[in-house]
Design a protein around this ligand. Structure first.
Ligand SMILES: *Cc1c(COP(=O)(O)O)cnc(C)c1O
Length: 430
């Protein structure tokens, strides 16, 4: 894609955020109303968009035995989790904190899978006490620790091994996880032996095979490279007398940020079932762990133009949101669309959208053609995933508020962090 980027891009990928009479709405709520009432920066989510994304998985699954465990690190607001719990989702968690959130939001523990390379003993204990479906174990050391913890509680922990299939997900290197140089999982060549170890340990019960090869995948072929390797492994396990109940293919389906055409859940699932059936494994339960594709396009970040600065090399729109609110551009060089809440007439100029944080990496968008003035409010699109969950207090900035729109109603689902909130737990020396 060569800059300057088109603006406004067509909003076909974001049907719950549309203009009416030259005002951008979330469902039936005008976004300028929310910005005025609640201030900016402000994350706004659409409940209907969450439901539609969930439904796209359900309709692709039909009657087949699939458990969808929402990869909740994408967006772990309680209201988001509660909505998915009501819809029947399971959850993919990566920490004791996420377990606590999921249970608080009403999750059914028997639909929780626990991923992550560095599980601590207390996190294992909490998850065993809750009765999670499965631990996705990422190393032989972890097998030993988990067995000890479970045996000490008089339990057998249900385990899958997260296998690293050494496939190239062809995505950004920071969100590619299935190559042998990544820290994740157990190398596929070592998996059979690790399963034998698991089988020999008193506190474990083998239930599945797991992988997660990366995120924002816009091509499905890496899934099938991984799937064939996993099916080979499952055959070897069966030959070795190790039966499993489920196959977990992780998350990773991409979304449209600009002009990507990511595969649909149906395109992915139809072929997964075809291959599982062809290889005689149609009886296995399939587990998926989608995060981004359930929430990414269900949220926008509203931000107000504070200053316009015409420098020699470029024009800057200095906005009140920053890398501490939305890290993806700084971290991954990620593209997010930018839309004015009230498009203005007049010739556009090319702007870099930058925040107030003292880092050159503090930018949200580059080289966008916009017609804007000081005080205008902009919507940064596709901010529902890996937005607020990556927010920090860098530069002692409070984290933004979050709002859920539902038809013509809205609910503040997280208050803006106050100055007092920021100092809580700190103290001066005596
Ligand atoms: C992050 C993550 C997910 C979710 O990934 P998305 O790309 O957001 O779908 C699923 N499983 C594991 C193990 C993860 O680390």
């Amino acid at each position: 894609m060569t800059p300057p980027f088109p603006t406004p891009p067509d909003l076909a990928g974001h049907p719950y955020f549309q203009y009416r009479n030259n005002v951008l709405y979330a469902e039936d709520v005008p976004l300028d109303h929310l910005a005025e009432r609640l201030g900016t920066p402000l994350y706004v989510y659409s409940r209907a968009a969450l439901k539609a994304a969930w439904q796209s998985y359900c309709s692709a699954i039909g009657p087949r035995p699939v458990l969808v465990c929402y990869g909740m690190k994408a967006n772990s607001n309680l209201a988001v989790l509660g909505e998915f719990a009501r819809l029947g989702a399971g959850f993919d968690i990566v920490s004791g904190g996420e377990l606590h959130r999921a249970l608080t939001a009403g999750a059914d523990a028997s639909r929780i899978v626990f991923s992550g390379v560095g599980k601590q003993a207390w996190e294992m204990r909490d998850a065993l006490r809750a009765g999670v479906k499965c631990f996705n174990v990422e190393s032989v050391d972890e097998l030993h620790r988990l067995s000890d913890v479970a045996a000490h509680m008089g339990l057998r922990a249900p385990v899958s091994l997260r296998v690293n299939p050494d496939v190239d997900a062809r995505t950004h290197p920071y969100i590619s996880t299935g190559l042998k140089e990544n820290k994740f999982g157990i190398a596929i060549g070592d998996a059979l032996e690790a399963y034998r170890t698991a089988q020999s340990l008193p506190g474990l019960r083998i239930v599945g095979v797991d992988c997660h090869i990366g995120s924002q995948l816009t091509d499905i072929s890496p899934y099938f490279d991984a799937l064939e390797k996993l099916l080979d492994l499952i055959e070897s396990l069966q030959q070795a007398g190790i039966a499993i109940e489920h196959l977990d293919l992780g998350g990773g389906l991409g979304i449209r940020y600009l002009d990507e055409t990511p595969p649909s859940p149906r395109a992915l699932l139809d072929r997964v079932f075809e291959r599982m059936n062809a290889r005689g494994q149609g009886h296995l339960q399939l587990v998926l762990e989608p995060g981004r594709s359930l929430v990414g396009n269900a949220g926008v970040l509203l931000t107000t133009v504070q200053y316009i600065k015409h420098a020699e090399a470029r024009n800057f729109a200095i906005v009140d949101a920053a890398m501490n609110d939305l890290l993806r551009p700084a971290l991954y060089d990620a593209f997010h669309g930018v839309q004015p809440l009230h498009p203005r007439a007049g010739d556009p100029a090319e702007y870099d959208l930058v925040g107030p944080v003292c880092e050159s990496a503090d930018w949200l968008a580059k080289q966008r053609l916009l017609t804007i003035r000081q005080g205008d409010v902009l919507a940064v699109e596709s901010a529902g995933a890996y937005g607020v969950t990556m927010a920090s207090n860098y530069n002692s900035r409070g984290r933004p508020a979050e709002v859920m729109v539902d038809g013509d109603k809205y609910y503040v689902v997280r208050q803006r962090e106050t100055l007092a909130d920021q100092l809580r737990g700190e103290s001066l020396l005596p």
